[in-house]
Unconditional design. Structure first.
Length: 370
């Protein structure tokens, strides 16, 4: 194998699949554990009375963390306010908008993948365009894209990787990646292992000028949904990656420089296992809290409904308007009375900001932060 040179476009990036020898007994053992954890998570999702509404809360955390991996940060407070009010979303700071676009890309990709039998290049491009709010597509051959060390690292600005470049080269490698994912007869590899292999390949191809990391992490979830390993995109992998960020990049680099696939597979299988178990715990805690909140509220308020309970757990901050729409309450006096009653029994707490009032589900925030 030709010696890798980080300053030269990696046009020799091998096509998929890698050698079957990477699937030794240790990897297959970890694959079995991760697959079982993933299956248990999928079963737990189906316990939800309204998976889409509740999953929306979890995907918000995924969006925030995946964006933080790229050193784009927003506070929980700003994010929750923006989600609760579409008018406020338009006035949010750039970091908050980036997080919200990530979540929107995840849901749009999810809706697309549910209607198709395979992952297509158009879907990948649309996810990227949504994340970056752009009309760009695959980067052109003259684009001098390189990956550099961050400003907080040793030798900041140093080139650590130059992705493939040239007329038709990126497009050819993306076609190979998509064929590997979709053609199960030609490439009979388990879908979970395919996802992990393809995630490295996508990041190595680096098909866009920016946003590749976030796009790749969305694609991980979409592929698991498309392959029916998950019913909804709730595997919170970004949290594990952020907590083990150095290992993530070191293992990616290991495949590039030494074709060291086993450490990469091992890392990602561990990420899937731990993330699936943690997400399961989060779902259990949310469902238990939803039940406890509903029972408590029904003993105090005759007008409290199961639908309202689900709405209050769909996002951490909520505005009275949404509750009024659900309950079909048009009287401002009546709605104010309802909000005071919810506050008095500890279901929500008010948060004033100027003329705006947000109502906070503190129990949901506690679970999401744990």
């Amino acid at each position: 194998m030709k010696k890798f040179d980080r300053n030269i476009p990696y046009n020799d990036l091998p096509d998929l699949p890698p050698s079957d020898s990477i699937f030794d007994k240790d990897i297959l053992f970890k694959w079995g554990i991760a697959s079982r954890a993933l299956a248990e998570l999928n079963r737990n999702i189906m316990r939800m009375p309204n998976p889409t509404m509740l999953v929306n809360t979890i995907t918000l955390q995924e969006a925030q963390t995946s964006t933080a991996i790229e050193n784009i940060f927003t506070t929980d407070d700003e994010l929750y306010k923006a989600v609760s009010d579409t008018a406020r979303e338009d006035a949010s700071d750039n970091a908050t908008k980036e997080v919200l676009r990530y979540r929107e890309a995840l849901w749009k990709g999810y809706n697309t993948i549910k209607t198709k039998s395979k992952l297509e290049q158009t879907t990948i491009i649309k996810v990227f365009q949504q994340i970056k709010n752009t009309r760009q597509g695959i980067r052109p051959p003259q684009s001098q894209v390189v990956i550099k060390r961050g400003q907080s690292e040793i030798k900041p600005g140093e080139i650590i990787y130059t992705p493939p470049r040239g007329a038709g080269i990126v497009e050819k490698k993306i076609r190979n990646l998509i064929e590997f994912l979709n053609d199960h007869k030609k490439y009979p590899v388990d879908p979970l292992l395919k996802m992990i292999i393809a995630h490295y390949q996508f990041e190595a191809i680096h098909p866009f000028t920016d946003g590749n990391g976030r796009t790749g992490r969305v694609l991980n979830l979409l592929y698991l949904v498309q392959q029916e390993l998950l019913s909804h995109p709730v595997l919170f992998l970004s949290k594990y990656i952020l907590n083990h960020k150095d290992d993530y990049y070191a293992n990616l680099a290991g495949v590039t420089t030494r074709q060291a696939w086993k450490p990469w597979l091992s890392y990602m299988l561990t990420a899937v296992e731990i993330t699936a178990k943690e997400t399961n715990q989060t779902i259990d805690e949310i469902l238990n809290q939803m039940n406890a909140t509903h029972l408590h509220a029904k003993t105090k308020l005759k007008w409290y409904s199961l639908e309202l309970n689900q709405l209050l757990f769909s996002q951490p901050y909520i505005k009275p308007k949404k509750i009024g729409e659900l309950l079909n309450v048009r009287s401002r006096t009546t709605l104010t009375k309802y909000m005071h009653e919810l506050t008095d029994i500890g279901i929500v707490s008010p948060h004033q900001e100027g003329k705006e009032v947000f109502y906070i589900n503190n129990d949901l925030i506690r679970i999401l932060k744990s």
